[in-house]
Write a protein that binds this ligand. Sequence first.
Ligand code: PLP
Length: 407
Amino acid sequence: MYKDLDTSLRTIMTPGPVEVDPRVLRAMCTPILGQFDPQFTGIMNETMEMLRKLFQTENHWAFPIDGTSRAGIEAVLASIIEPGDVVLVPIYGRFGHLLVEISQRYGAKVVTLETEWGTVFPPQTVIEKIREVRPKIVAMVHGETSTACMQPLKEIGAASREVGALFVVDAVATIGGTPVKVDEWMIDAAIGGTQKCLSVPSGMAPITFNSRVEEVLLRRKRVERGLAERVTSAEWDDGVIRTNYFDLSQLMDYWGPARLNHHTEATSMLYALREGLRLVLEEGLEARFKRHLRHEAALMAGLEAMGLSLYGERVNKLTPVTAVSIPAGIDGEAVRAMLLNDFDIEIASSFGPLKGKIWRIGTMGYSGRQKNVLHVLGALEAVLLRFGAKVNAGKAVQAALDVYHDK
Ligand SMILES: *Cc1c(COP(=O)(O)O)cnc(C)c1O
C-alpha cells in the first residue's frame, strides 16, 4: 500500500538542510549500542573532544543537545535565564527574533536593539547599549541566514565580559563554514547546527559553554532526579530551571563521568555527528573555511556576471549563504519551482520583509562543491532566460570557472 521511499537525488543549495556526505549516511547504519555501553560512552567522549576543536575552545563542556538547532538555543537560554533577568538581544534578521521569543518564554526582561535587514551593527553601537543596560545576558546571532549577513563579535564579547554579562551566540549557520573562535571572542555559550555547514542531518545541536555559565547552572536550585517533590513552591518560582529536557545541569551529569540517566541519547544521530566532525577535522578547519570562501567567490562572480545584484552589505556577508535580488517582474517562486522540477536543484526564498524580494543560495558543507555551483548558475540562467528576464547569457558559468581556474 505504501511504496518504498524513492526520493530524488537533489542538488541542495539552500541555507539548510544541505546534502550529506555519503560517509555520514553510512555511519548512520552502524548497529545500535546501549547508551551506557562502554563503546557508546567512548563515542560520546570522542564527540565531545572533536566538538572542542570545532568550537576552538578549551571549555570542558561541549556536547550535542538532541533536537534541532533551536533545541540548543533553548537549552542554553532556559538554563541560564532566571525570571526577571535582563537579556539584551541586538536583532538584524529573523533569528534574532527567535532569541527574543525564547528569552521571553523563560521570564526574561528583554531589551532589543534593531538594525535594518541586510546590515549588521557597528560593534560600538552594541557596546554602548551593553554599558547602558548592563544585562545579565547578551544574546546574538553570528550568521543570519535570513539576510546572509554576519555580525563581527569579538569586541562585543569583550564588552559583555567587562560588565559581567554572559555572551550567548547562535553560531548555527557559521560553525564549520567560517571561523567561530569561542575562547578568543569571549563567547560564554555557543550553539551550532548540524544541517548547515557541518553537513549532518538535522536533529542535533552541538553546544559549548564555559565555567562562567557552569557557575550559574550550579548556583540555581537543582532538582534531584525523581525528587522534585522536595522542591518548595517558593523555589519553583525562584531559580529552578523550568525545563527537564533542556536542563543543562542534568545534561552535565549525563555527559560527565557520573553518567546519570537523563534522556536516551539519539544513537544514530550521534554516529552521524561523530562522522561529520571526523570529516571536518580531516579536511582541517582552515582548509574548510578557505573552501567555503572559494565557492562563495565563484557563486558571487557568476551571479554578478549574469547581471543580477547581490543583496546586503558586502563587507559583512555571511560566507556560506549568498542572497540575490529577484529581478523586477520575475516571480521568484516560479523560478524556484522550475529549478526543482526540471533541474533537481533547490534554492531558498526568504522571510518577512524579504519574502519575494531575494533568493538565498547556500554553499554550505558538502553542498559546497564546484559541480553544484556551476550547475546552479547554469540552471538559474536558463530558467531566467525562459521567464524573459534580461540576463547576460553565457557569462555566469564562465565567470565561476575563472574563479576556479584562478584566472
Ligand atoms: C537554521 C537556523 C536556526 C534554526 O535551526 P533549526 O535546526 O531549524 O532549529 C537558528 N539560527 C540560525 C542562524 C539558523 O540559520
